[in-house]
Design a protein around this ligand. Structure first.
Ligand SMILES: NC(=O)c1ccc[n+]([C@@H]2O[C@H](COP(=O)([O-])OP(=O)(O)OC[C@H]3O[C@@H](n4cnc5c(N)ncnc54)[C@H](OP(=O)(O)O)[C@@H]3O)[C@@H](O)[C@H]2O)c1
Length: 273
């Protein structure tokens, strides 16, 4: 698995998402097995959040990484309403308990809320000093939010980025690349929806004998400072996703995709899911 630098660590360019996990006890064993299989295949960065399944996803992750915490780079996210001086340490403690571990590798603010950014940053820094988190970062932050944040300690920005949502290429992506702040692309395969049936993607996939989801991931991964966190429970999906970093798209492929999904020509507001 190819890696990229995230703050002081090297992390795999393909990680694993967990939204929609932990919502149904009947699916729990499959979800745990999928995450374990993903770790075996090198997708050792796992992204979760206190929001997913209202803690259920963190519990699934906790069970999946039990006995193999050292192999994993663990990312979790706090609700904006918990991102205060008092609320953040409590939220972090609850997440750690569900995850069954002592430290989160990267703790993100899920999106901006009512608490002043300076207060949230101070709370993150305190958690770091206390050894509860190793790094912190943000999610759904546009250029103006990053300007306001104005701190080099932010380790990553997790945003919506896929072929259908290319708005960040106009400004946010180059700015993050310049800051050496990796973009963690969420919904990289458009939530497994209509994107995967697009004729342009099918054409490129056929050219290489791969799937459209793999093309969608490889298209993101050709860029510096971008990592992807597809979520997959189906074992075949997990296997195919891990292989996507081997796919090298050619100029002809990029042209086909640009025609169907044009790059932004002006500033677009950051989209969110
Ligand atoms: N920060 C934020 O605000 C935010 C927002 C949204 C998401 N996220 C994070 O980003 C992660 C990824 O986003 P997402 O889960 O919304 O969408 P996604 O990863 O783009 O798509 C997930 C869907 O695609 C299917 N799938 C996975 N691999 C596939 C493959 N190779 N071929 C065909 N279908 C495939 C999955 O099915 P199966 O599960 O059945 O395999 C699932 O239904 C989330 O899980 C979460 O961790 C963050």
């Amino acid at each position: 698995m190819r890696k990229l630098p995230l703050a002081d660590r090297q992390v795999p360019v393909i990680g694993q998402g967990t939204w929609r996990m932990g919502e149904d006890r009947g699916r729990r064993q499959q979800e745990i097995a999928a995450l374990r299989m993903g770790i075996d295949l090198g997708m050792t960065l796992i992204d979760t959040a206190e929001m997913y399944g209202e803690g259920g996803a963190e519990e699934v992750v906790g069970q999946a990484i039990s006995g193999r915490r050292d192999e994993v780079f663990l990312v979790s996210k706090a609700y904006p309403h918990n991102a205060s001086a008092k609320g953040l340490p409590l939220a972090c403690e609850r997440s750690l308990k569900r995850l069954g571990c002592e430290v989160i590798d990267l703790y993100l603010l899920h999106w901006r809320g009512q608490h002043p950014l300076a207060e949230t940053v101070e709370a993150f820094e305190r958690l770091r000093q206390d050894g509860k988190i190793r790094r912190w970062g943000v999610s759904n932050f546009d250029v103006m939010d990053l300007d306001e944040l104005g701190t080099p300690a932010c380790a990553s920005n997790q945003v919506l980025y896929n072929l259908e949502s290319r708005g960040i290429e106009f400004d946010l992506l180059p700015i993050c690349q310049q800051l050496r702040m990796p973009i963690m692309a969420y919904c990289p395969i458009g939530q497994g929806g209509a994107l995967l049936a697009e004729p342009a993607l099918q054409q490129v996939a056929q050219r290489h004998g791969v799937t459209t989801a793999q093309v969608a991931l490889a298209w993101l991964l050709r860029q510096e400072g971008v990592l992807v966190i597809p979520k997959a429970v189906h074992p075949e999906h997990v296997r195919l996703n891990a292989q996507a970093c081997e796919l090298q798209l050619q100029a002809e492929d990029l042209q086909t995709l640009d025609l169907a999904f044009p790059a932004p020509r002006r500033k677009q507001h950051l989209e969110m899911v």
